[in-house]
Design a protein around this ligand. Structure first.
Ligand SMILES: Cc1ncc(COP(=O)(O)O)c(C=O)c1O
Length: 373
């Protein structure tokens, strides 16, 4: 056999370091229509106006969409008071993070991120053969100093989910200002605001004002969460001219599809619908935390549509046992962390879904008390 015969196509080295992304579970064997709280989706679905726009889009399926994304960019600009010419839409915010990474990160560069962050940022960096540099967190919060201490001449991109996932915590506007001020200008600060619409805290800053006032800040946002359009795959990013120019060079012309853009255009205009969901979510975040804390569990204070539960030794159960119990009650949570230090991330759902979660935890903890008592 000659050499040629044994050679096979090989991906580049970084690709082989990637652990493929696993999505949140959606089925429980033996249970019909379980309550899926594993992927931080909105149980309320999209605005009725968005659904109408989606139905209307069926009439245009034979046409290519508007590659310039004009209607959706204008609608986003109107709702968020931004400059439409600096907005670009994509197949989920995930694609926009990928485009920025592909355009600015080369083999051997460093991409900096916090210990907890959106897993895809890591995957996109490794796909470039870049080195992923991880900064530890303090008390479940992104640590600005730990990030800054890891910036080098090779750092090209710092991706920061704010609020963060899976902790659900955020760092305030002062912390973002401090991070940006100390970051060298050659490093892009990518502020991933997938959960920004849920935040009610006054001191939160999603970072839009930095985009046009500096050269190196990108903000990414999504229609997958509060807008209830996960399945359509539509997100957007706000970026300065020079970064936008690079992204436009590599963006495929029709990366955002027509029905997704039409639906999102209607969704983003229905601000009343979004406010109602935000208020309801804020109420349940408080209620759930209070009730689970009373049961002896630790719930990280979240500003998003999910919460991470920790199971202290003395609580008598573990995340994995709780996950099994919840699944038995027809509820799908998302275990995160390893076998030994697992935690449960659960999406805030509809009123009935949240009540079902609380009642399941009450049942589980009662069982624990009768076992140990
Ligand atoms: C922190 C964070 N960023 C980005 C995304 C990607 O969202 P999408 O690609 O659906 O817009 C998610 C999805 O779960 C997320 O949790």
């Amino acid at each position: 056999m000659n050499d040629q015969a044994v050679k096979k196509p090989l991906p580049h080295a970084g690709v082989l370091k990637i652990q493929p992304y696993t999505q949140g579970a959606s089925e429980v064997p033996g249970i019909q229509d379980p309550i899926k709280l594993s992927s931080n989706e909105s149980s309320f679905g999209p605005s009725p106006q968005a659904l109408e726009a989606y139905a209307a889009a069926a009439g245009m399926l034979h046409r290519y969409p508007d590659g310039a994304q004009t209607a959706l960019r204008n609608a986003i600009a109107e709702t968020y008071a931004l400059q439409a010419s600096n907005i670009v839409c994509g197949n989920g915010s995930d694609e926009l993070i990928q485009l920025v990474t592909r355009a600015f990160v080369s083999a051997g560069d460093e991409v900096l991120m916090s210990e907890n962050c959106f897993l895809m940022c890591r995957i996109h960096a490794l796909a470039q053969d870049a080195t992923v540099v991880v900064a530890p967190e303090q008390d479940d919060l992104v640590d600005v100093d730990a990030l800054l201490a890891r910036v080098t001449d090779k750092t090209r991109l710092l991706t920061l989910a704010n609020p963060n996932n899976p902790t659900g915590t955020y760092i305030d506007g002062d912390a973002i200002r401090r991070l940006h001020a100390a970051l060298p200008n050659h490093v892009i600060l990518l502020l991933d605001g997938a959960y920004a619409e849920y935040v009610t805290a006054d001191d939160y800053d999603a970072g839009a004002d930095y985009v046009l006032n500096s050269d190196n800040v990108v903000m990414t946002r999504t229609f997958s969460k509060i807008y209830g359009l996960s399945s359509l795959r539509i997100g957007w990013a706000y970026m300065p001219d020079a970064i936008l120019d690079a992204v436009q060079r590599i963006r495929t012309p029709f990366n955002a599809n027509g029905p997704a853009m039409d639906t999102a255009t209607a969704a983003v205009a229905d601000t009343v619908y979004i406010e109602k969901i935000r208020d309801n979510n804020a109420y349940w975040l408080q209620e759930i935390r209070q009730r689970l804390t009373a049961l002896g569990l630790y719930v990280i204070p979240s500003v998003t549509n999910f919460y991470l539960i920790r199971f202290p030794d003395k609580c008598g159960t573990t995340a994995l046992r709780a996950a099994k119990y919840l699944e038995g009650a027809g509820i799908i949570p998302r275990p995160v962390g390893g076998e030994d230090d697992a935690e449960l991330r659960i999406t805030v759902g509809s009123d009935d879904e949240n009540a079902a979660v609380l009642s399941a935890f009450e049942g589980l903890m009662k069982q624990q008390v009768s076992k140990t008592g």
